[in-house]
Design a protein around this ligand. Sequence first.
Ligand SMILES: [Zn+2]
Length: 142
Amino acid sequence: MTVPAGEVVKVTVRGLTMDCWKCHRPTTAIVGMHLASAVEGDLVTCSDEQALAVAAQLLRATGKVGLAQPIKTRTSRTAGGTGLTNGCQHCDALQGNFFIYHQELMEVLSTNGVEGLEHLADADLPTERWHQLHRRWATGER
Ligand SMILES: [Zn+2]
């Protein structure tokens, strides 16, 4: 898909509700983004910190502050350091990337595809920023 430079694209932010491992209440993790016009296109997953930061920013821009609020910088021993992560909306416990992106997300995608994920927001993102995130996602670790 070619989009002229300097413009914005409409991006859909997708989430997945799962039970928090700590307080066992349902909480929504931010899992990925795709072009609103291309549901069947690539889902850029938010396991990448930059993608997660952009998703949180888009949620705030559309007034979904409650969903963006648990996305914070946390220190994780299993992830080997400090980084921006999903957290529980109730107790703030870190929701681990491996569990979210390699277990829960894969299960939903393999059974229902992207439509099986929750539609959290549609928001404008500068086209350049989208291309940058997509490039990182396509070439980086997934
Ligand atoms: Zn919790």
